[in-house]
Design a binder for this molecule. Structure first.
Ligand SMILES: CC(=O)N[C@H]1[C@@H](OP(=O)(O)OP(=O)(O)OC[C@H]2O[C@@H](n3ccc(=O)[nH]c3=O)[C@H](O)[C@@H]2O)O[C@H](CO)[C@@H](O)[C@@H]1O
Ligand SMILES: C=C(OP(=O)(O)O)C(=O)O
Length: 423
């Protein structure tokens, strides 16, 4: 298993290009199942989760090709689907595999998808995906760890109000409704930028959707979808961008993020400014400057447009070396503090009280060997390593590779002393 070795203490300077958004790429690759025409996506990030998704699609009989000259261009051809089953072996490695359920059921009237189960950050049930599909007339049995779903002859439009805001739940139901008979209204829909990007892709494929960017999406089902006329450009990864912003907030320096969209990061940028960080932005860039110790900033995670849970761990790392005491409250996942004990191994002063972590900032962390437990926890340990005395070794970085495109290469490019040590 690869590790990262980080020698802390350097400030960060220069430019980083942000990759396409993981959480847009995954549903959009699955959306290619909705049509027999080959769908081309551009700005697909080079992530383990993307290759896992392509494996899930291959298991169904879809083929995918990467443009050798531009690896970010990927075409998925689902014209010859030979199976409608996503197996446990693949789903267990990536929960987002559940995103094939809606498209398979909508186009083929049948799907068998392994239950994803829980993961390091929480139990993460998919009951709302199932509830929505049942409302659309699907017959669903959950047996032997699999969701068996059929819709005969096709799904029917329905009014669906999910019990909570769910991102992949909204995406699954959205994709299912594009080919359902009649009208579907999704109330309480998630409003993350990745949902809007998926809506844009689906519209370019011929879907009829109103309410783009709002919590109420209204769809009129069509008989069939087609390929977008031009490759769909995936939005920049706001969480990757936010992670680099936090790295500079903690380590200090002056870095410009290219191909980044500040409008997707309002809540994070506003908290960074409270911490004393200077952030400027234009259409597709964000410049971050920091030359002092950050001030501690309290925040609570919530649905978009509020502070994203996927940035909680990285911002906590900033608070670890800030001046003052911060309260960090996690409201989305019940167990998303796995990074706390590892940050404590680096010298951080953090106490957890239920869903709140109380972080008392100290001037310096001290390098140690720590273990990544999930994707964003890993990123927080990397940020902490950048500001720790001596060497920090981050073990189990396969979590990081799920969601960050060459993170250590990008960090090295802006002056960090970081290297990957192969297993
Ligand atoms: C691939 C992808 O896009 N992953 C993102 C997605 O995950 P994901 O879509 O899995 O997260 P959800 O928005 O569904 O989860 C929000 C909350 O609702 C609960 N819930 C959800 C569905 C359901 O059927 N029943 C239920 O109880 C979850 O356990 C969680 O407590 O949104 C999360 C919240 O922004 C992000 O952290 C993940 O990075
Ligand atoms: C939790 C995340 O991803 P996933 O939903 O794929 O586990 C994440 O991107 O931080």
């Amino acid at each position: 298993m690869d590790k990262l070795l980080i020698r802390g203490g350097r400030t960060l300077q220069g430019e980083v290009t942000i990759s396409g958004a993981k959480n847009a790429a995954l549903p959009e690759l699955c959306a290619a199942l909705l049509t027999a025409e080959p769908v081309t996506l551009a700005n697909v990030p080079g992530l383990k989760d993307v290759s896992t998704t392509l494996k899930v699609l291959a298991q169904l009989g879809a083929t995918s090709t990467r443009d050798p000259a531009t690896p970010g261009i990927v075409t998925v051809d689902a014209s010859n689907i030979t199976s409608t089953e996503a197996t446990y072996e693949l789903v267990k490695t990536m929960r987002a595999s559940i995103l094939v359920l809606g498209p398979l059921l909508a186009r083929f009237g049948v799907a068998r998808v392994s239950l994803p189960g829980g993961c390091a950050i929480g139990s993460r049930p998919v009951d709302q995906h199932i509830k929505g599909l049942l409302a659309m007339g699907a017959e669903i049995r959950v047996e032997h760890g699999y969701i068996h779903a059929t819709a005969s002859p096709r799904l029917k439009g329905a009014r669906i109000t999910t019990d909570m805001v769910t991102v992949t739940g909204t995406e699954n139901l959205l994709m299912a409704a594009t080919l359902a008979e009649g009208e579907t209204v999704l109330e309480n829909a998630a409003q993350e930028p990745e949902i809007t990007d998926l809506v844009d892709l689906l519209i370019s494929m011929g879907a009829q959707i109103e309410g783009r960017g709002t919590s109420r999406l209204r769809l009129t089902g069509v008989e069939r979808l087609h390929a977008p006329k031009v490759p769909h450009q995936i939005i920049p990864d706001r969480i990757e961008a936010g992670t680099f912003l936090c790295a500079v907030a903690a380590a200090g320096g002056d870095v410009t993020l290219r191909r980044a969209d500040a409008s997707h990061l309002d809540a994070v940028i506003s908290k960074l400014r409270e911490a004393g960080v200077t952030v400027e932005s234009g259409d597709d860039w964000i410049r971050v400057q920091m030359n002092a110790r950050p001030k501690a900033v309290s925040f609570r995670t919530s649905e978009h447009p509020l502070f994203p849970t996927d940035m909680q761990a990285q911002f906590m790392a900033v608070n670890c070396i800030a001046e003052g005491v911060a309260r960090v409250t996690e409201t989305i996942f019940e167990n998303r503090f796995m990074h706390v004990n590892e940050l404590v191994r680096l010298g951080a002063h953090i106490a957890v009280d239920g869903h709140t972590a109380i972080v008392e900032g100290i001037p310096k962390l001290s390098g140690a060997t720590v273990m990544a437990t999930d994707l964003r926890a890993s990123a927080s340990l990397v940020i902490a390593g950048l500001v720790a005395d001596g060497t920090t070794t981050v073990d189990r970085i396969y979590h990081l590779d799920r969601g960050y495109d060459a993170m250590e290469v990008k960090l090295r490019g802006i002056g960090a002393d970081i290297e990957r040590v192969p297993a």
